[in-house]
Design a protein. Structure first.
Lengths: 225, 225
DNA sequence: ACAAAAGTGTTCGATCTACACCCATGA
DNA sequence: TCATGGGTGTAGATCGAACACTTTTGT
């Protein structure tokens, strides 16, 4: 067996959401190959850091963002995926809340930018494939894990949650049935606050109760929408 | 950034099934570390092979087995998971049919051995964790993907499928309801053959129709049990 | 008073669950 | 003829889908 000379990198697909738009954070590459092209943020793993640490470090270095949900997506390892040589990349999947989303959108406009997932540019390497896998994961997982709350502010009106789901699932959801179902899951706390943005009746704010969710999950109750 | 010296390996959790028993293929390590201990088969990735090729090569070298279903499970990358240095391992999940199962069980008895998943030994490295993840994946995925057929002979009586599911799910399944549901999925062909092993009325044999399954999947019909 | 978004129940059909007897074969 | 596993239908309960009017606020 010849000495191994494979390099290891991590890449992260970061999703953000605001007002019916799902966005992905991309960076413009500064060096060859694919110089000037858009790419998913990422980079090489250091010898003594965990993979998750590598993701968070690279994300912070390249985009300044601080994510609040991270999970491993898939490892891409085709021998020819990087023209520089053999690079195996462990792709991650991250979610940020609207506040981080807005901050990141206002700074660093040249290097890192949010793209609506329906208006994506051609990406470098096999990043289109990675992004596709990430979108499928998000759409699939949102129906059986409470991921949606990671994309909203901690306090949110029901209509935000509903709009998020209808956007992600790509179809209308019935307001009454949706509310019944979510309330029935028993993982939301209704707050005494009301939102009052603009016209119409102010909405009660809700908050995801993670503690209760983990409790119910341990008892075998499954989240499903 | 210091030069990267991370090594890359693949490991495969291979499941086999026979008569109500789910087994995992393990090897006894020949060299330190963990010499003489049981471990999941695997090894280092070569520079020019894909990850899947590496898995199949290592499996064949170490156990002689030829698997018929393979999917990536998870990548394990904690810096201290291997005492020899930094080794990141991409774990795979494989299924074999009973015929391969029986052949592998009869040869190489010293190096590779099947273990019932309820009677597992202590494993090397973080392989207990990997195995746990694989078992959870198998149990979870079997309810929404037609994985079960990969563990049975291509022609099988309904009762085999039923027993497999009740074993994997860890609970009794109602024979009539189960049959109704599976038949309703419309992915089984009923053959004109009958099995006649021992006593009792001979059972009709069925066969999974993968073509029809992919067809239905494309149309959005989902497999669920 | 009207525009705009929030909040709320009921009915119908589909699906799931529970359950027990007859059938075909080999010994 | 008996033991063994294979094959089948129905009724009640539960769950999901469809659907429209009233409430609260700002202008």
């Amino acid at each position: 067996m010849s000495k191994q000379s494979i390099k290891l990198s991590v890449d992260a697909v970061v999703f953000g959401y605001e007002e019916g738009n799902i966005s992905v954070l991309l960076i413009k590459r500064k060096y060859a190959p694919f110089k000037g092209n858009w790419a998913i943020p990422g980079g090489f793993v250091l010898n003594n850091e965990s993979l998750e640490d590598a993701v968070e470090r690279e994300l912070f270095e390249e985009t300044g963002i601080k994510i609040n949900y991270l999970e491993q997506l898939y490892t891409f390892g085709m021998p020819d995926r990087d023209p520089r040589g053999r690079v195996v990349s462990i792709a991650y999947f991250a979610l940020v809340r609207p506040d981080a989303f807005k901050i990141a959108a206002s700074t660093d406009a040249e290097q890192a930018q949010w793209f609506n997932i329906n208006e994506l540019p051609e990406l470098s390497f096999d990043h289109n494939e990675i992004l596709k896998a990430a979108i499928e994961r998000l759409q699939g997982k949102i129906t059986y894990e409470p991921l949606g709350f990671e994309l909203l502010d901690t306090k949110f009106p029901f209509s935000d949650l509903e709009k998020l789901y209808s956007t992600l699932l790509g179809r209308a959801v019935d307001r009454r049935n949706f509310r019944k179902k979510i309330i029935g899951l028993n993982v939301l706390d209704e707050l005494d606050e009301k939102s009052s943005k603009g016209s119409g009746r102010p909405a009660n704010l809700f908050q995801f109760n993670q503690k209760r969710y983990f409790q119910l999950k341990k008892e075998g109750i499954i989240f499903e929408i």
